[in-house]
Design a protein around this ligand. Structure first.
Ligand code: MIC
Ligand code: SF4
Length: 641
């Protein structure tokens, strides 16, 4: 049977039986990655599994999120993670080495292999032809322990690229155009596979910008073929041996086809406060800008940095703009230092930050009150920048550079007829001195884990009772993100390994009284709209509500990773059988749910306050039901023995 690339890789790694779209499948994961903000919890869970050494081909622990060290907490976590990596046979990418996705693409990504990462932008490595999926830390811990990864077999969408981008238009504009067309829900349950003659016009970093931001479409992952361009990239990284050709069979079938003529794409902008709120730049030309931030796992490659450096060369940043730049990796930073690109940025007045997530996750550089910040990042959810009333717009590096120079949103084509057109280097500077290799098993066994006072034990997981009872603690609307449920930023992120402290911030951007109310009510229910839990992979958005006693979340629909995280932590996910019933529940209503019939598809939720019975459904299949009954995955794995 003719197969597309997605089917080929999944088939090779399949440990379950069939591959029908929508059915639960299980695949073997070759590689895993974690970052520090999700890693601490992932490794506490890995320790609880009692496995002596990771069972993957390769597992890497990165430190890139919590690098603003305002007290002992973050560096305590870094030392914990380093000792864990040494003990359990992982590579450890030291702070300063760069953003996990950028470094993984450069140094570890391999066509045809599978990668599971405890970060939603793990699909970045789809840029070199991997099936790379973001998941909660517990799923990654299980994969490191040798378990397969369970998920729904996605539909496969072909995005057929034709033509070639115009000067000053880049990969970011392609993915913004797709977000405009498909929205943040458009990719749910799907893999976005790229094909067509336009593919070969895009370099690997450009492909990675596109696969990275496929996460914003809600897609399971995104993938490009592995071709001569991939080969040249891997060769330049001195990793030619990792290359294999990967392409769809000529008559491969797809569930949907989207056609995109690259030559017709123009500079695009995502307006506040959602990555799909996209308009052509021309609609916003002339809007004054107070901050420009360039970097993040979407746009911090050598290609992006050199494009910005070329645009800034010999000029000065506009007096009304603060320009910050964070190159994505030590490799990128070293290369632009040696070739003078960094000097052009500094001379123009850019404020250069370390190679890390930085402002993308609110780790510093919060914009001023009500200001407009143009960012090359992937998310512009309200408040994520650290300033609640800031207006964050998502743009390409070209558009960012033009605004930094002009002080207003400007079409970068006005910077000159000829775009910088950066050539990919024949060889990158390859020096993995900031990656610590795994220790041999005997030596590893003697390593002591370093545990600072902020690293608290895992909360307890209780099996599901027969009847769930309680009040609705909160009712929220559509497209609620995990940044609403469990915000990040410089103040809260350091608490990731301390659930009791973290729980004090659940839902704080929407309703700061939530934790207090949840405790007073002795836990209860959460009601949500469509696409509940979109955005990051942080399992804390399930774990901390569980700690506060949330028993079930009833919504119109869920985002993929958050749904898996709820199941992993024993919170029952439910959807209204009739969406209109969303209007039959209110905050404070008293609910009762008999869950003895969980093996069937629907249950009756009694609204005792309103005296109505509502039919609710659950998306659980097979082992999901046993996991929920056991109070979560850890309990389930233990009973499984
Ligand atoms: C994000 O971009 O929101 C993060 C921070 O990278 C998260 C992970 C986390 O919350 O630690 C993600 O995208 O998964
Ligand atoms: Fe880091 Fe931002 Fe990428 Fe998340 S989206 S991994 S915070 S750079």
């Amino acid at each position: 049977m003719a197969m597309n690339i997605t089917q080929k890789i999944i088939k090779k790694h399949l440990v379950s039986e069939n591959m029908t779209a929508g059915e639960k499948i299980a695949i073997k994961m070759d590689q895993t990655l974690t970052q520090d903000a999700t890693g601490t919890m992932a490794y506490l869970q890995f320790e609880a599994l009692g496995v002596p050494r990771v069972k993957t081909k390769l597992s890497v622990s990165y430190v890139d999120h919590n690098t603003l060290q305002t007290d002992f907490m973050n560096m305590d976590d870094h030392r914990f993670l380093q000792s864990i990596a040494a003990k359990y046979g992982l590579y450890f990418s030291r702070p300063g080495n760069g953003i996990c996705h950028q470094v993984h693409l450069e140094r570890f990504g391999a066509p045809g292999q599978t990668l599971l990462g405890s970060d939603s932008h793990t699909p970045t490595c789809g840029g070199v032809g991997m099936i790379a999926i973001g998941a909660g830390g517990l799923d990654v811990a299980l994969a490191m322990g040798g378990d397969p990864f369970y998920f729904s077999m996605p539909k496969v969408v072909l995005v057929k690229l034709t033509g070639k981008l115009q000067p000053w238009v880049s990969a970011k504009d392609i993915i913004l155009e797709l977000l405009r067309r498909l929205t943040v829900k458009g990719g749910v349950g799907k893999v976005i596979e790229y094909g067509g003659l336009g593919v070969k016009t895009l370099s690997v970093p450009e492909r990675a910008t596109i696969t990275n931001m496929g996460a914003e479409l809600g897609a399971t992952t995104s993938i490009f073929p592995s071709d001569e361009v991939t080969k040249a990239f891997l060769k330049a990284q001195k990793r030619e041996k990792s290359w294999t050709r990967l392409e769809a069979d000529p008559n491969a079938a797809y569930d949907e086809v989207v056609e995109l003529d690259l030559s017709k794409i123009e500079p695009m902008v995502a307006k506040p406060h959602s990555p799909d709120n996209v308009v052509p730049l021309k609609e916003l030309e002339g809007t004054p800008v107070q901050q420009v931030a360039i970097g993040s796992c979407t746009n911090s490659s050598y290609r992006d940095m050199m494009t910005v450096a070329a645009a800034l060369k010999g000029k000065t940043v506009h007096p009304d703009v603060s320009l910050v730049i964070a190159p994505g990796s030590k490799q990128v930073l070293e290369m632009i230092t040696k070739n003078g690109g960094l000097a052009s940025m500094i001379a123009a007045g850019a404020r250069v930050l370390e190679s890390a997530c930085g402002p993308c996750i609110g780790m510093g550089q919060a914009p001023s009150t009500k200001s407009i910040s143009l960012r090359t990042f992937n998310r512009n959810f309200e408040g994520r920048s650290g300033t609640k009333d800031a207006q964050v717009y998502l743009v390409s590096p070209e558009v960012a550079a033009a605004a930094a120079l002009k002080g207003v949103i400007t079409d970068p084509r006005k910077l000159g007829k000829k775009s910088p057109n950066i050539k990919m280097p024949n060889t990158f500077i390859v020096d993995d001195n900031m990656v610590i290799s795994p220790l041999p098993p005997k030596k590893a066994a003697t390593v002591e884990i370093v545990r600072g006072p902020n690293i608290k034990p895992l909360p307890e997981f209780k099996p599901l009772p027969n009847v769930l009872q309680g009040k609705i603690i909160i009712k929220v609307g559509d497209n609620i993100t995990t940044d609403h449920i469990m915000p990040a930023g410089a103040k809260i992120l350091p608490l990731r390994s301390n659930i009791p402290a973290m729980a004090e911030h659940v839902f704080s951007p929407i309703d700061p009284a939530f934790p207090k109310r949840a405790k007073e009510m002795g836990g209860g229910f959460v009601i949500g709209g469509a696409n509940y839990g979109q955005g990051s992979s942080r399992e804390h958005a399930a774990l901390a509500p569980m700690y506060l006693g949330v028993k079930a979340v009833v919504t119109k629909s869920f985002a993929r990773i958050h749904l898996a995280n709820l199941i992993n932590f024993g919170i029952l996910p439910l959807t209204f059988a009739n969406e209109g019933d969303y209007n039959n529940v209110e905050q404070g209503d008293d609910l009762e749910l008999d869950v003895t019939g969980l093996d069937g598809k629907s249950l009756i939720l009694k609204n005792k306050t309103k005296g109505v019975d509502l039919e609710v459904k659950h998306p659980l299949v097979g082992r999901d039901i046993d996991i929920i009954k056991a109070g979560g995955s850890l309990g389930y794995v233990k009973t499984r023995g």
